[in-house]
Design a protein around this ligand. Structure first.
Ligand code: FA5
Length: 342
């Protein structure tokens, strides 16, 4: 019996050594070690042996089964390695003679508008600064005159981190750092991604872009603010636009305004986009509150300044005629194709 078993083992091992594919190995395993397999059949046919012999043969057959199973698993590892190297070989073999796809990448509409505005402000002597996305509560709120428990905080609910910091709700969060970095006089713009815990709709996202600007010098007035905004917006929309100011409240400016621009679609005559009013609300702004200047280390007796916070995502929507802000974050390439950036 022992001799017979050794022969079976040798034969099975030789069969295993010839197997190349994982599927074949699995099939072999279930056939050989399964109910109908040769070794199991020996166990089934032991009725005629006496008890002592049955025990001996049973042990020998089980050892042989374990041995074959171990060989099968060894072979499995070898096949896995071979399959992996075949896959890697395929990846490395790039066929440079294949035709190139015409689906080339492009800049996102927000990036296009952002770069355009940056260029316009650079030509007017402004520096372009970076802001953080994770901010301190101080920079996002206190340093712009919104102390704890101020009702204005309710308008900008955000996402808090376990360490007490937050995802910035407004580009104004960079004002304090920039004032401390440069002092006065100062001319800077700072675009950036903002976050708010909002109910989403066609004009509200939880993640959107703003572009903020600040100019601080002696004798800065609302006239300077109007000049810079009118020049910039006319450049962006490539037509001579009118701007108007309405009173608006933001704790970090005094006086504060909502800046409207004459509708670029109907030239102020009234259409669906401007809801027949001839004006589009575009950008909150105002003269920087003395408290904000002081917290930024600037002498508020000597210097004054203006600040504005353009909704960059909404501006991109307007420029490209996109009717739902959520498309901009959707990653849907059809949006880019349709607006003709690609
Ligand atoms: C502010 O965030 C002020 N920090 C702006 C400012 C700066 C005022 C400097 C004065 C001086 P407001 O919450 O209105 O203001 O947001 C400014 C612009 O960001 C809005 O006009 C809008 O275009 C855009 N915006 C605000 N919330 C969202 C949102 N959920 N989704 C998309 N755009 C938004």
């Amino acid at each position: 019996m022992e001799e017979n078993l050794n022969k079976i083992k040798e034969r099975l091992e030789s069969q295993i050594s010839k197997i190349q594919e994982m599927n074949d190995l699995d099939k072999f395993k279930s056939e050989i070690l399964g109910k109908k397999g040769e070794l199991t059949q020996i166990l089934k046919n032991m009725k005629n042996y006496d008890e002592n012999e049955r025990r001996k043969v049973g042990k020998a057959v089980n050892d042989a089964k374990n041995n074959i199973e171990a060989k099968i698993e060894e072979k499995r590892e070898i096949i896995k390695k071979i399959e992996l190297s075949k896959r890697l070989e395929k990846i490395e073999r790039i066929d440079f003679s294949l035709p190139v796809s015409d689906e080339l990448g492009s800049l996102h509409p927000i990036t296009v508008v952002q770069r355009e505005i940056e260029e316009i402000f650079r030509t007017m002597g402004f520096t372009v600064e970076d802001g953080n996305e994770v901010e301190t509560e101080y920079n996002n709120f206190e340093a712009v005159n919104v102390p704890k428990y101020h009702p204005a905080r309710d308008m900008q609910d955000t996402y808090w981190l376990e360490n007490g910091q937050l995802l910035k709700t407004q580009t104004s969060a960079a004002q304090n750092r920039i004032m401390k970095k440069y002092g006065a006089p100062l001319k800077a713009i700072f675009p950036g991604r903002c976050f708010r815990n909002e109910s989403l709709d066609a004009s509200h996202e939880n993640t959107f872009f703003q572009l903020e600007g600040m100019m601080i010098d002696e004798d800065i007035s609302v006239a300077n603010l109007i000049y810079f905004m009118k020049t910039t917006l006319s450049e962006i929309f490539k037509k001579d636009l009118k701007v108007r100011l309405r009173p608006g409240f933001f704790p970090f400016v005094e006086p504060g305004f909502e800046l409207d621009v004459s509708c670029m679609y109907c030239n102020g005559e009234g259409c669906k986009v401007c809801k027949h009013g001839g004006w589009i609300e575009l950008c909150p702004c105002g003269l920087i509150h003395p408290n904000v200047l002081k917290m930024g280390g600037i002498d508020s007796e000597k210097y004054s300044g203006f600040a504005f916070g353009l909704g960059l995502s909404r501006l991109a929507m307007m420029k490209y005629g996109i009717n739902d802000l959520r498309y901009l974050n959707s990653g849907d390439l059809r949006v880019l194709k349709q607006i003709g950036i690609r």
